[in-house]
Ligand binder design. Structure first.
Ligand code: GRF
Length: 197
């Protein structure tokens, strides 16, 4: 199975996924990384890991539709079977959605349906969780549809919040949870152990 990873930021999940394919935890090959921002740290990781990468920046396209078409065309050219979002901060367009029904997966750093939606990403999510006085947080792995963070949930993993919890401690713990579980859940999806659609 061929995977493309889509990222906008540091790419630590991208790296965890690539390493998992190489250690045999994830029965797939990461054939490419797509970023929507030239500044994405994930690009450097791709270079170090020898994974082909591409910047497809919406600002360089005259319309969201043209950007979507280019995304779909690139994934098709790479003969991708599964599209994996790892900190990708753009809405997936209709052409890509249509090309990969039930084959686009995202990870969110909180327990959806709470603390999700447009603008809820990165530290903002953890700030909101702490401000709400939650007793626990966690990660959600879900299929992607036309709305931010609203596709069917595939798996969730929880972590309790301590009394001295800060955005920094929570960020670190959530990242560790993501790196441990995302590759394994992707493997379960790809091998059909988790059934969808
Ligand atoms: C992760 O916490 C992920 O849940 C969220 O964005 C973050 C990306 O981190 N969607 P990284 O770029 O993989 O380090």
């Amino acid at each position: 199975m061929k995977i493309a990873v889509l990222a906008s930021g540091e790419g630590s999940n991208f790296e965890a996924i690539v390493q998992a394919t190489r250690s045999g935890i994830l029965a797939a090959q990461v054939v490419g990384l797509v970023v929507n921002r030239p500044s994405a740290g994930a690009l450097k990781r791709a270079e170090r890991l020898h994974v082909p990468s591409m910047v497809i920046n919406p600002r360089e396209f005259s319309s969201p539709k043209d950007w979507d078409m280019k995304m779909a065309e690139t994934l098709k050219k790479w003969q991708v079977d599964w599209v994996v979002l790892a900190g990708f901060l753009a809405l997936i367009g209709p052409e890509v959605l249509k090309s990969y029904p039930n084959r686009i997966v995202n990870i969110h750093p909180a327990l959806l349906p709470s603390f999700g939606g447009k603008g809820m990403y990165g530290q903002r999510v953890h700030e909101a969780v702490l401000a709400a006085g939650e007793k626990q947080s966690g990660i959600t792995i879900h299929l992607v549809n036309e709305e931010y963070d609203r596709g069917p949930i595939v798996a969730q993993f929880k972590t309790p919040l301590g009394p001295d919890e800060t955005v920094e401690t929570l960020t670190a713990r959530i990242h560790a949870l993501e790196h441990e579980h995302y590759p394994r859940v992707l493997n379960d999806l790809i091998t059909g152990r988790i059934k969808i659609g």
